[in-house]
Ligand binder design. Sequence first.
Ligand code: ATP
Ligand code: MG
Length: 416
Amino acid sequence: MSAAAVEIVTIGNELLRGDTVDGNAAWLGRRLADAGIRVARRATVGDDAAAIQAALRDALARTGTVLCTGGLGPTSDDLTRPAVAALYGRALAADPGVLAHIERRFAVRGITMPVSNRVQAEVPVGAHVFANPAGTAPALALEDAALGATLLLPGVPHEVRALMDAGVLDWLRARWPALKAGESAVLRTTGISESALFDRVLDLVPGAAPVEVAFLPAWTGVDVRLTSWGEADAARVTALADVFAARLDAWIYTRDERDLAVVLGDALRERGIHVALAESCTGGLLAKRLTDEGGASAYVHAGIVAYHNDAKRRLLGVSADTLRTHGAVSEATARAMLAGARRAADASCGIAVTGVAGPGGGSADKPVGTVWIAASVEDVEEAQLFRFPGSRDAVRQFAAQAGLRLLHRLLTRPQP
Ligand code: ATP
Ligand code: MG
């Protein structure tokens, strides 16, 4: 049998209007991927019987298996059940088991069931019913040889999740007896652009199939994600990740999902050392990133935001001469800020950042985006000049990430 693939059709006028973001489709995509089932395509339609039927007919013709969410409620805009029953040529009939389930849910809350909920117990004849542990409307599976299988789920997100775990996913899995769980590996990189990274591995991509390779850029860096869709096993995915990792070693900071600040925090905790931070243009962002996790006092000593030149002098001991001769955004100032922060905190490692975040303040030789970063561990120190692109916010985010990377590299660099 061909690879496990489904399509998703989400239903609701509120989704088309943008009042509700289609979180169901995103969540289902991840959940299915973990199970080795690929979502081949997604569609969203309004609460309209003809549109629902057309979307389902199209999707079924391609993949033969469709998951729908939405429109199973008790109100007049909830049209999915009759529309799908009609598509499959089935009558709707009250299901005593479902009705009892719905009545019970109201009874435990001490409420009489509103008459309009009765409609939710109407089930297309022959449908498989999945009782809803988190709500009233059950999930339904309809299947025939001509159309294939349609699974109907309610729209409420936590009900979708509960029903997937209460049998819907197992029912789907059973359609592909040889299905293996989806495997994925991630290499999180920073400090290299997407295209430069791709240049280094492009010859590896064609041979990776059936493992899929995705390059996912964000301001924090580029994640390389390797995914198998129930066809390759974990060992193959890991072996392939090793081959990619060998090419990208200088930029990889983790092979799990951790943020760079967490990776660095863990490395500092392991070494038993505390970091001191001296920040100008990032305005405390480095300190924020490093203290986002609880227990950060195990590795963060202090962060000094020295924005004004006077503060760089008074709080960090940067000399007036350094500031006058080299300017606030310079290698000499970054190194002096670093030394000052480490001294003030009596810390054995540190990061200092000084730059032009914009939108104003740039000059010909120091345009907006110019940032000097220095980091040190004990007596090993490094300073680096960056020219970051983008808005004030982007420059500050890039600078914080680069600062974390510089210290992380010093910490993890093989000892000579
Ligand atoms: P119920 O049986 O509870 O009435 P339903 O099947 O009728 O559920 P809807 O009425 O379509 O579902 O939606 C219920 C709620 O879930 C609404 O608040 C809606 O905005 C939200 N919702 C519907 N579809 C989605 C979706 N794809 N992603 C996220 N939220 C959704
Ligand atoms: Mg709806």
